[in-house]
Design a protein around this ligand. Structure first.
Ligand code: SF4
Length: 313
């Protein structure tokens, strides 16, 4: 096995195929409305990350109903994860957050996944989600955008937080029986291979449960689109992305589940996406590179638990 695959993980856990149902709610982001910043992350477009979601004008219940009807029939599945995907889903007045979660509770929803920023998770959210987990027997996962552990890069892409907030959020979430998912972009223009390796090491050291790996895409009308057009940033080659991703996996703990190897975005919304290739072709190239070079997830994860004293034990 080259890496720990998410769909196989879900199949094993729930004894059948489980699909995530994206839900788009009318939330904003503190990095856009002025709480943390006004312009957002330099790569983030107006629609956030929710290219696959229905309109946020549709109620949570109706989005779930429509998508479950469609996906359930298409894949013959009967268990789903309600996935609050877009923007910062904890950046809401608390009663609205509670109501959003309550609306997602259905018998066929086995888990709830909440995507947010590391600086937007509070103990109160976590205590509430823990009560939901206990009362309704739903698995809870929290998805945190990290992108890179290089805090200078985080400043350059205007994340509005650095590594410290991510570590704080992980330490808080860890107190509960929740899964933690980290999002990373492995080909950020300011990062090199050392940053990629350090990102894998820190994610492993923190005991994150799953990782979603993205390639960088340049969304139209973003600050990064301007930088790209003006030649201020350069994007590497697909070979570089393949090598970075394979190396990232090699340094990552074998216990971490890989939810995605390549990002996806509609062509019409982007100036650059996946090196002009389909995501599955890049995925195949990553797998081939790993096979050709004798790599698999965790092969270089030998740095935890007091490596230097191992010879004495
Ligand atoms: S934190 Fe997320 S939603 Fe907010 S600006 Fe950055 S990428 Fe966009």
């Amino acid at each position: 096995m080259l890496y720990r695959n998410y769909s196989e993980y879900l199949q094993k856990k729930y004894k059948e195929k489980v699909y995530r149902i994206p839900i788009n709610v009318p939330v904003s982001c503190p990095n856009r409305d002025g709480e943390v910043g006004y312009s957002g992350c330099t790569f983030c477009g107006e629609s956030g990350a929710g290219f696959e979601s229905l309109s946020n004008a549709i109620s949570v219940e109706d989005q779930l109903e429509k998508n479950i009807e469609y996906i359930g029939k298409k894949y013959n599945s009967s268990k789903f994860i309600a996935y609050f995907q877009n923007y910062t889903n904890t950046y809401l007045p608390f009663d609205e957050f509670e109501s959003m979660i309550m609306k997602s509770l259905r018998d066929d929803v086995v888990g709830i996944s909440v995507s947010t920023r590391p600086d937007s998770v509070n103990d109160r959210h976590l205590e509430y989600l823990s009560r939901i987990q206990e009362t309704y027997q739903k698995d809870i996962s929290i998805e945190l955008g990290l992108q890179t552990v290089n805090y200078r890069t985080l400043m350059k892409i205007n994340r509005g937080h650095t590594l410290a907030e991510f570590i704080d959020a992980v330490n808080r979430i860890r107190k509960y029986d929740f899964e933690i998912v980290a999002h990373v972009i492995l080909d950020l223009p300011y990062d090199d291979m050392d940053d990629v390796i350090e990102t894998a090491k820190i994610i492993s050291a923190l005991g994150i449960n799953s990782v979603k790996i993205h390639s960088l895409y340049i969304v139209k009308e973003t600050e990064m689109a301007r930088q790209y057009t003006d030649g201020e940033i350069k994007i590497g080659t697909v070979d570089d992305y393949v090598k970075r991703t394979a190396t990232f996996l090699a340094y990552l703990s074998k216990d971490i589940v890989i939810q995605r190897l390549v990002g996806r975005a509609p062509e019409e919304d982007t100036l650059f996406c996946n090196y002009g290739m389909s995501w599955w072709k890049i995925k195949e190239e990553i797998e081939k590179y790993m096979e050709d070079n004798g790599l698999y997830q965790g092969i270089h994860c030998d740095y935890l638990n007091g490596k230097a004293v191992r010879k004495f034990l």
